[in-house]
Write a protein that binds this ligand. Structure first.
Ligand SMILES: CC(C)(COP(=O)(O)OP(=O)(O)OC[C@H]1O[C@@H](n2cnc3c(N)ncnc32)[C@H](O)[C@@H]1OP(=O)(O)O)[C@@H](O)C(=O)NCCC(=O)NCCS
Length: 170
């Protein structure tokens, strides 16, 4: 079986294409995920080497095959570069699931994730068996908290480390 045969559906937006990650995206993934500022609020360890980026890509393909999680690479149309990812943790077809996202610092604050999140939330509610979405952001992650608020996610709880759980119903 071709390990790169796409399982993650391609989603075309105006400025970006969301698609399955490929081994050849390793340098772009490494660039986006090895930045300390961008990874400041990440809950899981960030890839620190090219090999870690390779492992992240392989895992994303395996997780999609297992129907565990779908991680889309965010490809900038004009350059073909992967500038971030968007993940949907399917949780074995449960109607409640979690999303996450990250962009290369060079593409922040241009409204990109606002467009992507809005499109992905609509898709998950309309085309997939999702009724409730969760997202977790640190309370000091101003951009992420603002992004969730403006997309209709409501604050549910905050843990001792300052991680806030947000929820949006269909
Ligand atoms: C969170 C993140 C995805 C936001 O993506 P983005 O494309 O830059 O967001 P947008 O440009 O769509 O902006 C969303 C809102 O946040 C605001 N914002 C963006 N960057 C900001 C910053 N550095 N400081 C304060 N506000 C910011 C925008 O002004 C916008 O609000 P507005 O419409 O009221 O003006 C991006 O900052 C990122 O990848 N951060 C690192 C990884 C991360 O933290 N992921 C989330 C983990 S929960």
């Amino acid at each position: 079986m071709d390990p790169e045969e796409p399982i993650v559906p391609t989603i075309e937006l105006e400025k970006v294409i969301l698609r399955q990650l490929k081994v050849s995206d390793r340098d772009d993934i490494f660039e986006a995920y090895s930045d300390k500022e961008a990874m400041r609020f990440r809950r899981n360890p960030a890839p620190r080497t090219i090999q870690d980026a390779d492992a992240m890509i392989s895992r994303s393909i395996l997780d999609a095959r297992l129907n565990k999680a779908f991680r889309w690479g965010i490809e900038e149309r004009i350059s073909g570069k992967i500038i971030g990812t968007f993940v949907w943790k399917v949780e074995n077809g449960k109607s409640e699931s979690e999303i996450g996202y990250s962009l290369n610092k060079g593409w922040w604050n241009q409204g990109l994730m606002t467009t992507i999140l809005s499109a992905m939330v609509s898709r998950l509610f309309e085309k997939e068996n999702v009724t409730t979405l969760f997202a977790i952001a640190h309370r000091l992650n101003v951009a992420s908290v603002r992004l969730l608020n403006k997309n209709g996610f409501v604050r549910m709880s905050e843990d001792r480390e300052g991680l806030v759980t947000f929820k949006k119903n269909r």
